[in-house]
Design a protein around this ligand. Structure first.
Ligand SMILES: Cc1ncc(COP(=O)(O)O)c(C=O)c1O
Length: 389
């Protein structure tokens, strides 16, 4: 028996990474020593206090009931305290909703506000969930905003011709381009959203993964943001907890409660024990400076970043050290699928830029979530390829 998928599933774009993934599997099966610089998942462990707290909270039988679907009051209080200390932003408890990772909230926010055919502004290239998991799976229409290198990978709001968009996604520090922005840009974004009655969904999942003294702002620091914006945050990258699935959304009360309403019909909030661990993690921020664990994590990533960029430059690529995220967005000077396939031949997996949108063509995303030794080895292998663009 075969079943017909709903039309919205058929509208999802073909999965461009499928071919690369198949080749990676084949290489591994052949016993190739594969260096994976393709996944946005930290290789470093969470801090020991998180593991310890997870074990003790999970061992408590009282932590295995349903959570409040919007999140435990204790968790939401910890989030409001973190926003105050980290960004000097005031939030009330009803301006916070707990998420099963920020991806879940990004996907579900459209369910609350997007009707079939509603138009959603999505950066190109971008994290694929904005277009696919969020917009297309809600029968919305994706309107792409190109991000060009010469504009610092920021969209040109003046060039957006669609004045009927209902929602817009923005993400800085950015995946995949690693671009970082200042509050001046965020103010432009908020003004644009306000002028056109657009819901501004700001993905700030990488706000804590920063280098060289750069501190990523929250959109909620900007005047007027509370009128239009909801911000998505996550413990995934800050505390190396990608698999624990804990994040939150904050901001405009109506946007937060719309998302919470959808979620109350779909899930019952993250496990209570995970929320309790998250409380401890957020409380390690005693002021606006990151705690020692986060700083140390970033120092390790920064050393790897430097090694990767310096070695890629030696090979002949032009690339700069990103101020945030753990990605290098490499201008690979040609077809990104072919580039990734050539690297795979020498046992190095990277992500072809086209997988993040047509404007990602000509780039490859290289992740520095591997040890320094593996990064050096990967660069040696890349350098050994003859006939690369
Ligand atoms: C830009 C961006 N936003 C959100 C996420 C989702 O993170 P999580 O669902 O683990 O919070 C990711 C994950 O890679 C990401 O790159």
């Amino acid at each position: 028996m075969t079943f017909k998928y709903a039309d919205r599933i058929n509208r999802l774009p073909p999965y461009l990474f499928a071919e690369i993934e198949k080749n990676i599997k084949e290489k591994k099966a052949q016993g190739v020593d594969l260096i994976s610089l393709s996944i946005g998942d930290p290789d470093l462990p969470p801090p020991p206090f998180i593991i310890k707290s997870l074990m003790s909270e999970a061992a408590n039988p009282n932590n295995h009931n349903y959570s409040f679907s919007q999140g435990e009051p204790e968790f939401r209080t910890a989030v409001t305290g973190w926003y105050k200390r980290r960004f000097n932003v005031d939030l009330a408890q009803d301006q916070v909703v707990a998420l099963l990772g920020s991806k879940e909230g990004i996907a579900n926010v459209a369910r609350a506000f997007i009707n079939p055919g509603d138009r959603v502004l999505v950066p190109d290239p971008s994290y694929p969930v904005y277009a696919n998991g969020s917009t297309i799976l809600c029968d919305g229409t994706v309107v792409l905003m190109p991000l060009w290198e010469e504009n610092g990978f920021q969209p040109e709001f003046d060039a957006v011709e669609d004045d009927k968009a209902k929602m817009m996604f923005l993400n800085y520090p950015n995946n995949p381009t690693a671009a970082a922005v200042d509050k001046k840009f965020l103010k432009k974004a908020v003004d644009f959203a306000k002028d056109h009655d657009i819901i501004l969904c700001y993905d700030n999942a990488y706000s804590e993964v920063t280098y060289d003294g750069y501190r990523a702002p929250s959109i909620l620091e900007v005047e007027g943001a509370f009128d239009v914006a909801i911000e998505f945050q996550s413990l995934s990258k800050t505390f190396n907890m990608t698999g624990d699935r804990i994040g939150f959304a904050v901001g405009n009360k109506q946007l937060v409660s719309g998302l919470a309403k959808v979620k109350s019909q779909i899930d019952s909030g993250p496990p209570i024990y995970t929320q309790k661990v998250a409380v401890k993690a957020l409380e390690t921020y005693t002021g606006k400076e990151a705690p020692e664990f986060v700083q140390q994590n970033n120092r390790i990533l920064q050393e790897r970043r430097d090694l990767l960029v310096e070695n890629l430059c030696k090979i002949g690529y032009k690339c700069e050290k990103p101020k945030a995220t753990f990605y290098v967005w490499l201008n690979c000077k040609g077809d990104s699928m072919k580039f990734a396939a050539k690297l795979l031949d020498v046992g190095v997996a990277v992500t072809p830029g086209i997988g993040f949108g047509n404007c990602g063509e000509g780039y490859a995303r290289i992740t520095f979530t591997q040890s320094k030794e593996r990064i050096i080895e990967a660069c040696n292998r890349i350098g050994s390829i003859t006939g690369l663009f």
